[in-house]
Design a protein around this ligand. Structure first.
Ligand SMILES: Cc1ncc(COP(=O)(O)O)c(C=O)c1O
Length: 487
């Protein structure tokens, strides 16, 4: 039995203790964190849509119209018209025949990998894939060949050794930890050559890169070579839940074989409606993606100016790598003292003996915030006894430690952010929402063709026989055996 107190003590001693920090108000560029104002450089709300007035309004409206919970799994009574509408929109967005909503990205990975691999198969997984992919591989009961990060030669060796047992290659499109891109054209070629499927997790790709923000697969121009795209609604699309985009036959099969879809409650209508509104904004205003990338490049450039070794890339995930976990933690605390929150990532989320500050840029950050943040982070690193250039211990110089980030005007805790003080110059007209949210809500209603109310009555009406899900296939008993029979 695990000795819980001893284990917690041990983790604290190793510098691996964890706690949650309390954010008051929504996931904006500035938040009140544990009661103090901070610039949020740690949220996956990449496009600033989680706190966008039109998205919030859509979610609130959906709660009044459809209620809060879906009340059942997708195959019971949980598929509501709002789910179907978002699936259609996501399929069109991804230029696929079909999309299926899942409860979360984590659940989607479990469901897809578990459905596409079985005992005796071999799954090929990048060593830096997200834990949801790792857990999906585990639950599939397949043998797993973990190839070195992005190393297509290593992967090819594994494929050639699998003696026909290979069933799928699975990779993050954009790696969550450092924003690196998977070598998708090479993976497509290998999947084709060795006759295995390719699944790409676009959790950090959707809304972040590619034409119209369609992700890393579209960016690489390899849509035809990827069997299943898994995307989340909880990051750039600002809501909660996830989707799988694929062809119609695959979607039908997943409906029969993805345990996390079959045995878990469907996503809540307000989250689905919020994602739908966010998708409309993304489609109507693709410049949001350009702005995100410009911001990412700006932060990287400013960090490089401060001496940090960061790649010149437009990916919004910016890692500052340290060795010891305590260093990352200390820098995180010192940065917070200067009004900047970048989350320290420590083992087991990264390899033992490594740690990092994972910075995440949002399109709604202003240029001056990002410039100030780079200076504050450099000061925090020095205050922690390191140098940005080397991130190794140096002599402390107390004079260097003055806070450099202009601290935001204090917010009342739990204040309504739509009524709270507004901080900074906007960079262009898209960011009017940060200064004048009501005007922004009107502007986005106009841009997305919605006249004030986010939904039309048509949504609640039955749309013919094709609108029905196949019925009666799954109950607790037949569900389990059916998928094995199919597999
Ligand atoms: C690469 C990747 N895949 C999947 C997920 C899980 O998505 P969700 O948060 O919707 O469960 C995450 C979340 O951090 C992720 O980074």
């Amino acid at each position: 039995m695990i000795e819980i107190d001893a284990r917690l003590d041990e983790l604290e001693q190793l510098g691996l203790g964890r706690r949650t920090r309390l954010v008051s108000g929504p996931q904006g560029p500035r938040v009140v964190l544990d009661g103090k104002p901070a610039l949020l450089l740690s949220s996956n709300n990449y496009l600033g849509l989680a706190d966008h007035p039109a998205v919030r309004e859509a979610a609130a409206d959906a709660a009044m119209r459809w209620g809060v919970g879906a009340g059942g799994s997708r195959l019971a009574s949980g598929t509501m018209t709002i789910h179907r509408r978002l699936e259609e929109r996501l399929a069109a967005f991804q230029r696929r025949q079909a999309a299926l909503l899942f409860g979360s990205g984590y659940l989607a990975s479990l469901g897809v990998i578990g459905a596409l691999a079985r005992r005796g198969d071999v799954v090929f997984s990048d060593e830096l894939n997200h834990p949801s992919v790792v857990d999906g591989c585990r639950l599939s009961h397949a043998d797993v060949f973990v190839y070195r990060h992005g190393d297509v030669e290593h992967l090819e060796w594994g494929l050639s050794e699998a003696e026909g047992r290979g069933s799928l290659i699975v990779t993050d499109g954009v790696f969550a930890g450092d924003g690196a891109l998977a070598p998708l054209p090479e993976l497509v070629e290998l999947a084709h050559r060795y006759d295995v499927r390719l699944v790409v997790d676009e959790a950090h790709g959707t809304g972040v890169l590619g034409p119209g923000g369609r992700g890393a697969v579209a960016d690489a121009g390899v849509e035809d070579g990827v069997d299943v795209i898994v995307g989340t609604l909880g990051k750039a699309l600002g809501a909660y839940g996830a989707y799988v985009a694929c062809d119609a036959r695959m979607a039908k099969y997943l409906l029969h074989a993805s345990r996390s879809l079959i045995y878990s409650t469907a996503p809540p209508p307000p989250a689905v409606a919020g994602a739908l509104a966010a998708l409309s904004l993304l489609e109507a205003q693709p410049r949001r993606v350009d702005k995100l990338q410009a911001n990412a490049l700006l932060l990287r450039t400013e960090l490089a100016r401060q001496g940090f070794d960061v790649a010149a890339s437009t990916m919004p995930i910016v890692p500052l790598d340290f060795g010891a976990a305590e260093d990352a933690q200390r820098v995180c605390e010192k940065a917070l003292e200067r009004g900047v929150f970048g989350q320290a990532i420590r083992p087991p989320a990264v390899a033992a003996g490594t740690s990092r500050l994972r910075l995440a840029v949002m399109a709604s950050h202003s240029k001056s915030e990002l410039r100030d943040a780079a200076r504050a982070l450099a000061a925090a690193v020095r205050a922690a006894g390191l140098r940005p250039e080397e991130l190794v211990p140096v002599e402390l110089d107390e004079d260097e430690f003055a806070p450099t980030l202009a601290v935001a005007p204090p917010l009342a805790v739990e204040a309504d952010p739509l009524r709270s003080p507004l901080w900074d110059e906007g960079d262009d007209e898209l960011w009017v929402e940060r200064r004048r949210p009501a005007a922004a809500a009107r502007a986005s209603a106009a841009a997305t063709g919605r006249g004030g109310r986010p939904f039309d009555a048509e949504l609640d009406e039955p749309r013919g026989p094709g609108d029905q899900l196949p019925a009666g296939i799954f109950d607790a008993e037949s569900g389990g055996s059916f998928e094995r029979a199919v597999a």
